[in-house]
Design a protein around this ligand. Structure first.
Ligand code: ADE
Length: 228
């Protein structure tokens, strides 16, 4: 998979993709993440990419020209399965969307900034609009990083233990069960004995029950959806 991200502050995201699982996923050739500085596509000497909103009002708007130049340049090199604009008024991101996007070949993310982008960008180029929650960030960069992380870890081979994404929270509309590691006892508090039993079927049964109990208690809305 290839993920391109267009931003006015690409540096903000560099270190995010340079560590841990995301770094390993790139080094192993499962994914390539390429950051693009929107200012490189500005036509002005000052590398300006925004302007005042027509009709007045506070806040600057990202202009259509540099974004169109950047997207068209990238499109001349490859086809994008989705061109995604990160915005608080998009559809709320969830595990299902992450699963779907992880099956694609090329994704292009556009990060909004200031008051957002000229509506013509959205009308002409964007195929999907995503929000990561009902709150407003100062830019779409963190939101794009969140989505890219959730997507990349689902690409086969990115996680060491390929089954571990299958047992994540939300995969069956259930939250993940509690997990424990050594020591088996800490300050008098032990771990559930079944986990030390070595009995795989019983352990799986216990984990499933715990998932159900946790989901019922914390996310009754998800539990409803699980159909259990
Ligand atoms: N840009 C600003 N806020 C955002 C949000 N909640 N989700 C996605 N992009 C955003």
């Amino acid at each position: 998979m290839r993920i391109d991200i267009i931003s006015v502050v690409p540096k903000l995201m560099e270190s995010f993709f340079a560590h841990s699982i995301l770094k390993r996923g790139q080094e192993a050739g499962h994914v390539e993440v390429v950051l693009h500085d929107l200012r490189d596509y500005s036509l002005s000497k000052q590398r300006q990419v925004d302007d005042y909103a027509f009709g007045g009002g506070a806040g600057m708007v990202l202009s259509v020209e540099p974004i169109a130049r950047c997207i068209r340049h990238l499109q001349s090199e490859r086809h994008y399965d989705e061109i995604i604009y990160m915005t608080p008024d998009g559809e709320t991101f969830n595990q299902q969307t992450a699963n779907q996007l992880s099956l694609q070949g090329n994704l292009l993310f556009l990060c909004g900034h200031y008051k957002g982008v000229d509506q013509r960008v959205r009308d002409m180029f964007i195929t999907k609009e995503i929000s990561i929650g009902d709150y407003v960030l100062s830019g779409g960069e963190l939101a794009a990083a969140v989505c890219a992380d959730a997507i990349i870890r689902l690409i086969p081979g990115v996680l060491n233990d390929e089954t571990s994404a299958l047992t994540d929270s939300f995969q069956d509309n259930l939250l993940a069960p509690p997990v424990y590691t050594r020591p088996a006892e800490f300050e008098g508090i032990g771990v559930p004995p079944v986990l030390l039993s070595g009995h795989e079927a019983k352990i799986n049964e216990w984990r499933f029950e715990q998932s159900i109990e946790r989901t019922k208690a914390r996310r009754p809305d998800l539990y409803q959806k699980s159909g259990l």
